[in-house]
Design a protein around this ligand. Sequence first.
Ligand code: 5GP
Ligand code: MG
Length: 458
Amino acid sequence: MEEACGVFGIYVRDKDIRAAEAAYYGLFALQHRGQESAGIAVADGKGIRQYRNLGLVPEVFDEEILANLNGFAAIGHVRYSTFGGKDVINAQPVVARCKIGMLALAHNGTLVNADQLRSDMEDNGAIFQTTVDSEVILNLIARESSKGLLEAIQSMMKTVRGAYALALLSKDQLIGIRDPHGIRPLCLGRVGDSFCLASESCALDAIGAEFVRDVQPGEIVVIDDTGIHSYRTPTPLSSRLCLFEFVYFARPDSVIDGINVYQSRKEAGRRLAMNDDVKADMVCGVPDSALAAAMGYAEVSGIPYGDGLAKNRYVGRTFIQPEQGMRELGVRTKLNALPRNVRGKRVVLVDDSIVRGTTSRRIVEMLRTAGAKEVHMRISSPAVMHPCYFGIDIATNEELIGHGHSVDEICRFIGADSLKYLSLPDLLKTVEGSGCQFCTGCFDAHYPIDPVTGENQD
Ligand code: 5GP
Ligand code: MG
């Protein structure tokens, strides 16, 4: 099972803020990280209450549901696609009752040893309600909780291998945890006297909170009525933030580990153009994630920027995809070409990535049908050649067109006149300067953790 998600948490020490509402707005700003399910858990000092369901944030919650979620601390979760796990029981936060009361957990990332741990725990009598690895994390914390929550978390961190950015809620504490490599992002914000946690800084902006700092790789941040306390894992590892966050996943208005997502994408487009000499009449980007790169490409190449495609922004994951018959009618639900803009032109089409190749093929064809004379595809990242084991929905080798196909073959498959990718060294230059290192596994199979053995690679 693969998933990438968004997490949010808030501990309110300010009478004017309702925790559940702040979580709602925070999750809404993280909707791009997961459209399959949403959930919020609140703590009121005595216990934990929660609500979760399939659908987009505003589909799952209404005013009445939020009004029933009383408490001064909250965590929330939005969930991305899954294989075989599309069931409300797998929606998060996951909740467990243990010696020290109730706990709720929201998890972004994927563990590589969850199946092994789960099966070991089942042999010892544990019962699992879901098929998500997040429940393994919660179980490991719960079973050690009589030693104290902090020690239970530290012991869990010694056992699990993989990527996790966590918002954990007890009846009176909010805790943020980032795995020792910091593979998935997590940041800390402040609004008045209240503290919050979010996968991306855009969620802090959404609730009027100021950015305080990123949670460090291997750090545990405990927030309660005494304030905020930080604990580090004894042996910090080199940071290995997911590079694909900058390529595709994160929102352009977020800053992650000191790197501005919009600027890095624009720089990727600039670098694509520096190594290119294609003759063309216009540059256009595939909305939305490639628009910044297309701007950068236009700036450096001198070829005018123009819109070649329009996007319907309301197509969520819950949208019923057209069946074959409707598709043959040419139903275009997500993207449509702008024929007046592209007719008779040689177009440079910039996109952020090619994963399966099927969307790219459709877009190229759409532009040709709209009258484009030539379509030159430019990708602002290297070819995706390997699966992600750490929380991005990048499929198996067989499904990746970059695996086992040359650039020429991919170009022919998508039907473009030419195709170029940004090199990995160039992509890494777009995110340099923050002192952070990156997981580049989907591009070069260099993973921070061996996906089979769970051994740290550096
Ligand atoms: P493809 O041609 O591989 O079918 O699709 C390429 C498009 O998929 C690009 O426009 C890129 O922005 C988008 N993309 C990249 N990664 C993901 C992902 O994890 N989920 C979704 N829905 N789209 C993605
Ligand atoms: Mg795209």
